[in-house]
Write a protein that binds this ligand. Sequence first.
Ligand code: GP9
Ligand code: MN
Length: 703
Amino acid sequence: MRQRLLQLYNKYSSVFLLAVLLTWAKTYAGYHIEFELGVSGWLQHFILLINPIAGTVFILGLSLFAKNSRRGHKVLFAIYTVITALLYANIVYYREFADFLTFSTVFEAPKIFVGGENFITGALALLKWHDFIYLIDLPFFYRLLKKRDSAIVKRDEKLFYTRPVIKKVMTFALITFIINLGLAEISRPMLLTRTFDRNYIVKYLGLGGFAVYDSVMTVKASAAVPEDDDVQYAVSYAAKRYAAPDPRFFGRARGRNLIVIHMESIQQFLIDYHYTDEEGNKWEVMPFLNRLYHSKDSFSFSNHFAQIGQGKSSDAELMAETSLFGLSRGAAFIQNADNTFYAGPQILRNEAGYTSAAFHGNTGSFWNRIDMYTSLGYDYFFDADDFYLTEDNTTDYGLKDKQFFKQSVQYLEHLQQPFYAKFITLSNHFPFPVDENNEFPLANTPDESVNGYFASCNYADQALEEFFNYLKASGVYENSMIVLYGDHYGISDARNKELAPLIGRDPETWTEFDDLMMKRTPFIIHIPGLEEGKVKDTFAGQIDILPTVLHLLGIHTRDQIFIGQDMLAPRKDEVIIFRNGDMVSSVYTCIGDKVYDTRTGELIDETDEYACSKAKEYEKKAQEQLKVSDLILDTDLLAIYQPKGWEPMNKEKLDYFRDKERLRLAAYEAGPANTSIYYQNNRRSTAVLYVTDAPEAGSGTNP
Ligand code: GP9
Ligand code: MN
């Protein structure tokens, strides 16, 4: 036997086969060590084992077309390096996002991470000591190829660089792929047509298969044009989805200012949460948010879910502004920034004469906001250029929240009322670095970012309270409706097991169901004087924010193409869809092929016919919602559909580089009818009313 193996080795050991073997082994190791693909049963395990083969043989096989083995080896090494780099990049990306890189995310990166620093600190925090196993082979492999007279190098020439063998290699790749695809189809029928979840594509077709699938889908989406009946389809879908408002609440905050606070990385489990330190002392993480949440002036939602995709923060904004989903790959803020939208700022301007402004303490081009806000119709956008930034008052992501809110006031007070002002906070961002000025303790887990999270959220809470204090002191509060939403997780799926003991859970029994439940984020509508607010357990998501808010402001949405529904509507559909096609309702939760009981978290048996038929029903809803939303974005459908009474917008006028000048002009044009806070305060600034304990220098200076 040993003899036989030795013979085989002497005959076939070659550089090409070694490259195939190493790539296959590394990918397979990556599947098990790094990715949570949810593989179960022998068939899925077998598919996972074989799925790297076809792609690897094919792509490395391209090197065989070279004129001779010397050149071929150069090409082989280049391809091998690229595959290694891609595998490693996916591994690092997955550690934070539990998702795979798509062409869109890679090409969008320069637009997302404009200054660069935040990307580097974020990425460094994701590296692990064992990562060398994915890269260590490269120098050895290179050295091996350099030794042109070694047996293993020479054997390549003999075995591979002839036309018939190349044909055989390629045929082998093709047959393996067909077998792979066939088995995948058996395990999950219609894999390619009904899947929005990248984990599934990788599980069944491997990273190589996923790359091909992703490129086809990317091209398909970018080439989409609306067909005649698409508008009709979307309009009738929206009409079917429309949920009439509850007359008790419709217009409840009519005419008030709308202040929206996008709370970076704030999750629902933080509500009423106390961190217990090693001495047993309890620390309330977000005392102010808790008070708002339980206030009788607030409608608060305990089952509100973040429905973001790869666009993260920007997807949360997109949903809240347009009631459309983010894209299945990449960010609509980048790919669809020139589309036509009927977004919050425009609807409020058209229907009720609102002035709108977005505030964000980072560069305007971060996440391409500057372009996207023009399309969303924001009158003003105050970004890093409009604030006073110093080394001390910034983090990697820009101006710290306390300074951000404080410095925003100098612009807010000049907006004509009623206004719609959106504040995007940013201090509480991964990797949640330590802030020496905050005495809130760090947690003690093996994960640094989990340790820093609570103190960081506590800082965000303090900043929020200071801002509310100003709103009250300046009198803006009573005349406003303040909407707060957590944009997405702070602790990613990959870190939930480290968090588990801190929230009274055993990491051993933590499941994908628990991961999904952690996608809950706070959603609070605070209406001073409401008196009859309460915590509602309605199942809702970010897609539902816009219709809910508009109805409370007394604006009808019947003619809009929204995917979401008013959360306070009596006939609200409580099945919540995620961007990857998963679903949750108060009864069932569907993750991939599996159905769970939402109340107990127990997996439901496949023989439970009622549950399975319900899951099918949910799936149909999910497919439809995502399909209509994608159709609207991919084909820029709203450019050819205009709701009744719609006034087109002049984007040219929205010059965010001249915001201050334009504010002055608006005041001049308003004359004595000026409604700004500043004007109402007898033309005295209200900025002096702002109290902050932010220790950083440079506060409040007018840039
Ligand atoms: C802060 C925030 C960052 O600027 O927008 O984006 P995210 O990484 O959360 O998507
Ligand atoms: Mn975010």
